[in-house]
Design a protein around this ligand. Structure first.
Ligand SMILES: [Zn+2]
Length: 76
């Protein structure tokens, strides 16, 4: 798996996690729970993967973000 594929997967998971939070806040509807609630272990795994993806994307953020990448290059 190359970095681009990994980034696409982790980024998608972060978006899914954020949208899920938005749904919980707006409609009191947990999509992840609705989809995977019957399998508590799978539901938990989704949450853990979303969290891990956020950490991965945040850690590598400046590598692919043109705004943050520019800034750190100019300052360094
Ligand atoms: Zn950035």
């Amino acid at each position: 798996m190359n970095n681009k594929t990994l980034h696409l997967i982790t980024y998608s998971l972060v978006v899914v996690g954020a949208l899920n939070w938005g749904l919980v806040g707006l409609l009191d509807f947990n999509l992840v729970n609705a989809l995977f609630g019957s399998w508590p272990n799978v539901e938990k795994l989704v949450y853990v993967l979303v969290g891990a993806s956020a950490v991965y994307d945040f850690a590598g953020h400046s590598k692919y973000c043109k705004y943050c990448g520019e800034k750190s290059e100019k300052k360094a």
